[in-house]
Design a protein around this ligand. Structure first.
Ligand code: NI
Length: 168
């Protein structure tokens, strides 16, 4: 297990459509462990495999990382199957440090996914969980939260984003 550090804005892996997981083997379990270590070291509520440089459709969400009894959700090959409502709230991303912006998301989503045992299960999320699911699923589709911001806001963030891209 290792904290691999978070890939930052500008790394091309964040813009790729990630590959589905075809078999849950030791390689996938190692990726999941690395993602967990990296997530907890980064104090985020969610992480997607491209954020540790792995272009696979795996995301992990833990909306309550300080509460050990709440298990993180390991979500493999997720598909959003139901949505309802809309809500606009501030959002940020571990790959885009210090940048925040208001993003409109569905208030509730239902996601079908595989767990680490290969079982197909449904996750229903509202509020923060719904937002995290949509944010992380965007990641495995090569999309970032800044893509949802207004053109004006994107323009205002241009210099800040360029600095992240250049590793400053
Ligand atoms: Ni993110």
């Amino acid at each position: 297990m290792a904290n691999l550090g978070i890939t930052k804005y500008g790394n091309p892996v964040l813009r790729k459509v990630a590959e589905p997981v075809t078999e849950i083997n030791d390689e996938i379990k190692k990726i999941v462990n690395d993602m967990l270590d990296t997530l907890y070291a980064s104090e985020g509520v969610g992480i997607a495999a491209p954020q540790i440089g792995v272009s696979k459709r795996i995301i992990i969400i833990d909306t309550n990382p300080t509460e050990a009894s709440v298990k993180p959700l390991v979500i493999i090959n997720p598909e959003i199957v139901e949505v309802s409502g809309e809500i606009k709230e501030q959002e940020g991303c571990l790959s885009i440090p210090d940048v925040r912006g208001e993003v409109k998301r569905y208030e509730r989503v239902v996601v079908e996914r595989l767990d680490l045992d290969g079982n197909k299960i449904r996750v229903e999320g509202t509020d923060l969980l719904a937002r995290a699911l949509q944010h992380e699923i965007d990641h495995i589709n090569g999309k970032l939260f800044i893509d949802h911001l207004s053109k004006l806001k994107q323009q205002l963030l241009k210099n800040q984003l360029r600095k992240i891209e250049q590793g400053q």
